[in-house]
Ligand binder design. Structure first.
Ligand code: NAP
Length: 301
């Protein structure tokens, strides 16, 4: 078999962010300053790092960011008030609620409170439903990034059998919807699937989003499969802490046509697509605003 293609997420993310920079510049020419509000509740160290990275990346591409850090004992009502305030603020185009939230907060209610037009994570049920109907909506960032990477490795996705391992609302389910939209035949596996290995071995494309270090080895893979590894798992490797994916990279390498490494594969794509969604949200809102003013004051336009 030919040497497998290593799908480079860092390079792909750089390309997406370059396009975002250009889109931001053209928004500025229309006097629109794309703005992302990020809400962090509590002191979860991993969430603090994620938020910091998102804010830094936003600054790099010219997106204004507003950070709202709330204490761990914030009530659902208080959080909803802040979301209402950001929904009403026309200068804010994207609202991101960093997950997980402290256990006492009603997560679903909070996510549903975000205006779907500002829902840059794509978690509101209007966007989830729109995605399964095949409409152009704000789609979740990680699966959007995976689809972008797949398009680098597969010339044509049409008719390919894709197996998604994992059915979370954040990755697995929206990934399946995006692959269906791209005309793949899609199988979704989960912890109750019977003989997942045998099902996975039928796949032309494998998306692993399980959260189990190196679960998927060569025995799960058809020769020539394209593998996207979403998993990020920290393991102890002979006393050294390191990140590995859900795929056993070394074993898979002998089987696959293309594969994403961990780190350096899907990871950088998530923030890149968050920036892309923020610009899309800003563009959509400015167009909606223009149409509204043209309808109200046709002579001015
Ligand atoms: P999750 O909510 O825990 O979902 C895991 C899914 O895997 C569940 O649907 C579960 O099935 C399924 N599963 C568990 N064990 C299985 C097995 N042995 N065989 C088949 N399916 C199995 O996780 P997630 O949020 O989707 O994240 C998945 C991984 O991706 C994690 O490592 C996470 O850190 C990573 N991630 C990375 C990024 C990124 O930016 N690269 C973004 C998000 C997540 P049930 O539904 O039956 O329980």
């Amino acid at each position: 078999m030919n040497t497998p293609l290593l799908i480079d997420g860092k390079a792909a993310a750089t390309r997406v962010l370059q396009q975002v920079r250009e889109d931001v510049a053209s928004l500025y020419e229309q006097a629109i300053e794309p703005t992302l509000a990020v809400i962090l509740v509590g002191n979860d160290p991993a969430s603090q790092v994620y938020v910091r990275n998102k804010v830094l990346r936003a600054e790099e591409v010219g997106i204004r960011s507003l950070e709202h850090r709330l204490p761990s004992d914030t009530t659902t009502e208080h959080l909803l008030q802040l979301i209402d305030h950001l929904n009403a603020d026309r200068s804010v185009h994207g609202v991101l609620l960093q997950l997980p939230l402290p256990a006492h907060i009603d997560e679903l209610r909070a996510l549903q409170a975000i205006n779907p037009d500002k829902d840059v994570d794509g978690f509101h049920s209007d966007n989830v439903g729109g995605l399964s109907q095949g409409r152009a909506v704000l789609a979740p960032c990680t699966p959007s990034g995976c689809l972008y990477l797949l398009k680098q490795a597969c010339v044509d996705l049409r008719g390919k059998h894709a197996v998604v391992i994992g059915r979370s609302n954040i990755v697995g389910k929206p990934m399946a919807a995006l692959l269906l939209q791209a005309d793949c035949s899609v199988t979704v596996l989960h912890s109750r699937s019977q003989d997942p290995q045998a099902l996975c071995r039928q796949a032309d494309i494998v998306i692993a989003a399980v959260g189990r270090p190196r679960l998927i080895d060569a025995g799960w893979l058809k020769p020539g499969a394209v593998v996207i590894d979403v998993g990020i798992n920290r393991i102890d490797d002979n006393g050294r802490s390191r990140l590995v994916g859900d795929v056993d990279f070394d074993s898979a390498l002998n089987r696959v046509a293309a594969i994403t490494p961990v780190p350096g594969g899907v990871g950088p794509m998530t923030i890149a697509f968050l920036m892309k969604n923020t610009v899309t949200a800003a563009l959509n809102q400015s167009q909606a605003q223009r149409s509204l003013s043209e309808a109200v004051c046709p002579s001015i336009s």
